[in-house]
Design a binder for this molecule. Structure first.
Ligand SMILES: *[C@@H]1O[C@H](CO)[C@@H](O)[C@H](O)[C@H]1NC(C)=O
Ligand SMILES: *[C@@H]1O[C@H](CO)[C@@H](O)[C@H](O)[C@H]1NC(C)=O
Ligand SMILES: *[C@@H]1O[C@H](CO)[C@@H](O)[C@H](O)[C@H]1NC(C)=O
Ligand SMILES: *[C@@H]1O[C@H](CO)[C@@H](O)[C@H](O)[C@H]1NC(C)=O
Ligand SMILES: *[C@@H]1O[C@H](CO)[C@@H](O)[C@H](O)[C@H]1NC(C)=O
Ligand SMILES: *[C@@H]1O[C@H](CO)[C@@H](O)[C@H](O)[C@H]1NC(C)=O
Ligand SMILES: *[C@@H]1O[C@H](CO)[C@@H](O)[C@H](O)[C@H]1NC(C)=O
Length: 284
């Protein structure tokens, strides 16, 4: 009987009662705590509709934000608030219960299109593919930019600022390379310390990966600064070469320079004589 009242209450609440008022038998027997044709025969519970609205807004806010920050990639950093809202609204949608019927059962798992579920999964997939969680410190109730991300961007800003100040399209880039070499090397080393592989694809958040990738590309391709680092290498290689040749030179000298050539024979002879002498003495 209570179910009938509940049913009637729902009908009144949504103004659908008029269609069924005149003597028609309500399909009460099939009315259990599950999907009941909401949206078709009856309106969706208003709470669920409201939650669905919120979810839709948060999903579109996040989508918009992530598209706007796709290049250069800043979507982790810029869209974190939208992401948190999005997760919350989805959780609310799943967990809100109306007398045993959750909003989840109304919007999810009824058709093969699965609009709600698919949008949710796609947004989550973008976020996870970018390792975005890694940019943040989640130990507090609200995620914050983690210290390592902050520190990376400090050095990154320094390097970029240095390049901007020193770059001069009319001259070659020797000056930029020399003046900014230190910041660049510091940035590169710090980046490499963040991950296990040198490219950083394993765990680092995509904002940071992309910033480093762009910096490396500017440094080596646009500015062509790597050629500066070659000169110490060339000196090193020449020195190594000379040192490697020394033993060969020594043997050549041993072979062709007279006095030294005789020396081994003298040594051999004297050692031979001594041995004979020793054996003779031993017999006596
Ligand atoms: C979506 O973004 C707009 C504008 O930034 C904001 O006013 C609104 O509260 C956001 N909605 C949700 C659900 O995050
Ligand atoms: C849930 O059921 C109770 C009675 O069992 C009813 O009073 C209440 O209005 C129902 N809530 C909703 C949201 O339908
Ligand atoms: C996160 O923040 C807390 C509090 O500021 C700090 O103690 C902790 O070390 C931070 N964790 C990381 C990974 O930065
Ligand atoms: C991270 O930064 C906060 C604030 O700047 C500081 O209190 C905290 O000690 C730092 N944590 C680590 C692990 O460096
Ligand atoms: C780096 O520069 C950007 C833009 O100039 C600024 O928004 C950001 O706060 C700076 N980050 C740090 C860590 O200084
Ligand atoms: C760059 O320009 C400076 C003078 O402005 C010159 O001394 C130097 O040799 C040039 N370097 C290259 C690699 O062209
Ligand atoms: C780095 O940048 C290059 C060219 O800009 C691109 O081809 C490459 O995929 C980027 N790498 C990563 C890890 O994003």
């Amino acid at each position: 009987m209570t179910t009938v009242y509940f049913f009637l209450a729902v009908m009144f609440a949504h103004g659908n009662f008029a269609d069924y008022r005149d003597g028609k038998e309500l399909p009460v027997t099939s009315y259990k705590l599950k999907y009941n044709g909401e949206g078709y025969l009856f309106a969706n519970p208003s709470i669920c509709t409201k939650l669905l609205d919120e979810f839709a807004d948060s999903a579109s806010n996040f989508t918009k934000c992530s598209i706007k920050h796709a290049r250069p990639i800043r979507l982790c950093e810029k869209c974190i608030d939208h992401y948190v809202k999005f997760r919350e609204s989805y959780k609310n949608l799943l967990q809100t219960n109306l007398n045993g019927t959750s909003c989840e059962t109304i919007f999810i798992s009824h058709d093969r299109l699965e609009v709600v579920l698919n949008y949710h999964d796609n947004i989550l997939a973008i976020w996870n593919k970018g390792n975005c969680n890694d940019c943040f410190n989640w130990t507090k109730d609200k995620p914050e930019i983690s210290n390592k991300t902050y520190h990376f961007y400090q050095i990154f800003n320094e390097t970029m600022q240095c390049i901007e100040e020193n770059i001069n399209p009319k001259e070659n880039s020797t000056k930029v390379c020399e003046n900014c070499m230190q910041s660049y090397i510091q940035l590169n080393n710090y980046y490499e310390s963040l991950s296990f592989d040198r490219i950083g694809l394993d765990i680092i958040c995509m904002d940071v990966i992309d910033s480093m990738n762009a910096t490396r590309s500017i440094w080596s391709k646009s500015l062509n600064c790597c050629k500066l680092r070659k000169s110490p290498e060339i000196i090193f290689l020449c020195c190594s070469g000379i040192i490697a040749c020394l033993p060969v030179l020594y043997y050549i000298m041993v072979k062709y320079c007279g006095p030294i050539k005789d020396l081994p024979n003298v040594l051999k002879q004297s050692r031979f004589k001594q041995r004979i002498l020793r054996t003779v003495n031993g017999i006596n």
